[in-house]
Design a protein around this ligand. Structure first.
Ligand SMILES: Nc1ncnc2c1ncn2[C@@H]1O[C@H](COP(=O)(O)OP(=O)(O)OP(=O)(O)O)[C@@H](O)[C@H]1O
Length: 403
């Protein structure tokens, strides 16, 4: 819940820890502070990251308590990746202030004030394979509203790690979608980062917006044109890809998904130089449609053994079948939540369709409403029975670029 200082008692719902922060910083709180319960709905890292990004974008200080409150006692509080993102944002926004920026911290008070992003480069180092794309999730929307013409972020961490966008989906599905909205972004994987001990590196260069973001309309996809499958493995699993996976996938794809769509399988093995103990097999399948839009499914196995490789193609095909079963679904469950913030910032009305709204997406919608109570976001169900899907319509705020 977001309430102004006046609207609530001392300490608020964050419990004892939150009360401590409040007491320590009594004088720091303005009328406009947004208070977020970091354990609401999905209650994980994404809620923290987007709270911090919206704090800068909407120029409202934020106190987030109970960070990652749904991750249980062991997981709660800031992890390495979340902290690296926060420090990156703090450094980029010259003059901003932050309290609670340490590992395991459950409360963070972030005060960008009226300060803006004035650095044209920064290196964020996770020191572990924490997801570089999740650090980018927090920083990229902010960097659109920077003072410099562009900013080059070097992010060190994981590029193919579980529960986060894998490199190929990020590059070939997510970035093209936001480019359509006017985002100027270049992305390059310098080295893949893998669980448990290979720290990789990407370079993301983001251009300052010259005009407001354009809305996007992702409600029709048209004919399936083709499927690209990116297979990345550490050396040991190369034979699975060549001898077993490729023919199996080809057969299943032709049989069940489309007999005419073109199938391209890309061996992405080369960029991985084995340095640690990682035994990763990462497969991302991207379906390309006419309109244009892309749907993706991915599988990532840390600690893969050869027997597991045999069932992978079938698992991936199941995911692709689910994605293609409902006509007009244009985003998968993951990228729907990641697009919402851009839609909210754009000038005009954006729409997206997905099979079902994920809890991550519901959480972002709730967070946006907390930051901007008057924002107009409608969620509706379209169709019936098996063909039913969800449409989200967002009337964007039309945030103006930095002067
Ligand atoms: N397989 C996937 N493909 C694409 N995006 C993904 C995938 N898995 C997760 N994501 C996206 O990554 C983000 C994960 O957010 P989440 O809060 O779960 O992560 P986190 O920072 O690791 O925190 P926590 O450890 O608290 O879960 C979401 O935006 C989600 O949509």
């Amino acid at each position: 819940m977001v309430e102004s200082r006046r609207g609530r008692g001392r300490g608020g719902r964050g419990g004892a820890a939150a009360a401590k922060v409040v007491e320590e910083e009594e004088d720091d709180y303005g009328e406009d502070i947004i208070r977020v319960d970091g354990g609401m709905l999905e209650g994980g890292g994404q809620l923290f990251r987007m709270s911090m990004a919206l704090t800068y974008l909407l120029k409202k200080d934020c106190l987030i308590t109970n960070i990652r409150g749904k991750r249980g006692n062991k997981g709660a509080g800031l992890g390495n990746q979340h902290l690296t993102g926060l420090k990156c944002l703090k450094q980029l926004i010259v003059g901003s202030k932050v309290k609670g920026d340490f590992v395991k911290s459950k409360d963070v008070h972030f005060k960008p004030g009226k300060n803006s992003i004035k650095r044209d480069q920064y290196e964020a180092d996770c020191k572990t394979p924490g997801s570089v794309h999740l650090i980018s999730q927090m920083t990229l929307p902010c960097l659109l509203f920077q003072e410099m013409p562009q900013c080059k972020l070097t992010i060190k961490g994981g590029t193919l790690v579980n529960n986060s966008p894998p490199a190929h989906s990020y590059e070939h599905v997510f970035l093209p979608m936001i480019r359509r909205m006017g985002v100027g972004v270049e992305y390059e994987v310098k080295k893949h980062g893998l669980f448990p001990d290979i720290v990789g590196e990407v370079e993301v260069t983001i251009k300052k917006l010259e005009q407001q973001l354009k809305p996007i309309d992702l409600v029709e996809r048209g004919k399936l044109l083709g499927c690209t499958v990116h297979v990345t493995t550490t050396d040991k699993f190369h034979p699975i890809y060549t001898d077993l996976f490729k023919p199996q996938f080809t057969a299943l794809f032709r049989d069940k998904v489309s007999a005419t769509a073109e199938l391209t399988i890309k061996d992405e093995n080369c960029p991985i130089k084995k340095q640690g103990s990682a035994k990763v097999l990462a497969i991302t399948a991207i379906l390309h449609f006419e309109q244009p839009t892309c749907l993706q499914a991915n599988i990532l196995l840390d600690n893969c053994d050869e027997a597991r490789g045999e069932t992978l193609a079938k698992e991936l095909i199941e995911q692709l079948l689910l994605l293609t079963a409902t006509p007009n679904v244009c985003t998968d469950e993951y990228f729907a939540d990641q697009l919402l913030v851009f839609m909210a910032l754009a000038e005009g009305t954006s729409r997206l369709t997905c099979k079902e709204l994920s809890l991550h997406a519901e959480t972002i919608i709730e967070l946006l409403k907390q930051f901007v109570p008057e924002i107009d976001i409608q969620v509706s169900q379209v169709g019936e029975g098996e063909g039913k899907y969800t449409m989200v319509t967002v009337k964007g705020l039309g945030l103006a670029p930095a002067a």
